[in-house]
Write a protein that binds this ligand. Structure first.
Ligand code: SF4
Ligand code: ZN
Length: 279
């Protein structure tokens, strides 16, 4: 029998090949939170000789953020991987936590909805500055199936076209985002991370209060009892929908910051309405 670690790594490499996510001459920045998912992506790409560097974003969430930063720094140091650091402070002048408080005083949004938008904006800007060809994230099968169902329940089917193992947009506005763990379950990632003794924090983020997302996740997971492939099936549906819609239409630049947007003003600028450095 093939040992677990080996079969796990092969399945991730198969996903990369199947969807042509990356080639070895591309410069890949892995967005590393310091958690098990992104650390796993970084480890597999590095061990398989992809040209990787790590990027960690300090979210300024007290002890939890400090520990994550320390962990990813020691992981990279041990393997000789270049680690870049960034934060909301670098572009927005304050920590994600602080901005979240300000936005929530005006808009009814969950901490994760705000944090997610800010993180994507910073990730795209920073990785473009670092001249990345691709940005790899740790999104996994469980994340993807949950997000798909959340979009459906929220009445936003058009957002379902936004996911997929690789996201690209025209004109080089968005550094293509790849998800090597797109078809990999969180259970297997946790096992792989533990068997490798990765220095990672397994506790959830202290600011995560997305009870709707968590509720959907719990429901889908409970249904695995009757339909073990439920998450794979959801992701398969998502992939079929995306293949029917060939090209993302209507991507334009935000008038305020110049980052990609579907409307005249991007979601980050409409949240924080301050002057972000223009691209
Ligand atoms: Fe941000 Fe939510 Fe993720 Fe915490 S769980 S890092 S608040 S998106
Ligand atoms: Zn903007």
């Amino acid at each position: 029998m093939v040992p677990f670690k080996k079969s796990f790594e092969s399945s991730v490499i198969n996903t990369i090949k199947r969807y042509s996510l990356a080639s070895k001459n591309e410069r890949i920045i892995v967005a590393c939170s310091g958690g098990k998912d992104s650390t796993t992506v970084l480890n597999i790409l590095h061990a398989n000789h992809y040209n990787v560097q790590a990027l960690h974003m300090d979210l300024g969430m007290g002890k939890w953020s400090k520990q994550n930063k320390k962990n990813i720094a020691s992981f990279c140091k041990e393997r000789g991987i270049v680690l870049h650091l960034t934060s909301a402070r670098e572009y927005m002048g304050s920590s994600v936590c602080y901005i979240k408080g300000k936005v929530q005083a005006k808009k009814k949004l969950t901490p994760c909805a705000i944090c997610g938008v800010l993180k994507k904006w910073i990730l795209n800007r920073k990785s473009r500055e670092l001249k990345a060809d691709k940005v790899a994230t740790g999104h996994n099968l469980d994340d993807e199936s949950r997000t798909f169902m959340m979009n459906i329940f929220n009445g936003n089917p058009e957002l379902c076209f936004d996911s997929g193992p690789m996201k690209e947009m025209g004109e080089g506005l968005l550094v293509p985002r790849i998800k090597p763990l797109y078809l990999t379950s969180v259970k297997d990632i946790e096992r792989y991370s533990m068997e490798n003794n990765f220095p990672v924090v397994y506790e959830r983020c202290p600011c995560s209060a997305d009870s709707f997302g968590r509720g959907i996740y719990n429901e889908i997971t409970a249904l695995e009892r009757y339909l073990p492939d439920i998450k794979e099936n959801i992701v398969k549906t998502s992939l079929e929908m995306q293949s029917k819609k060939k090209k993302q239409a209507g991507v334009i630049r935000c008038r305020l910051c110049g980052e990609p947007s579907r409307k005249g003003i991007c979601r980050t600028c409409s949240m924080i309405s301050s002057n972000l450095p223009k691209n």
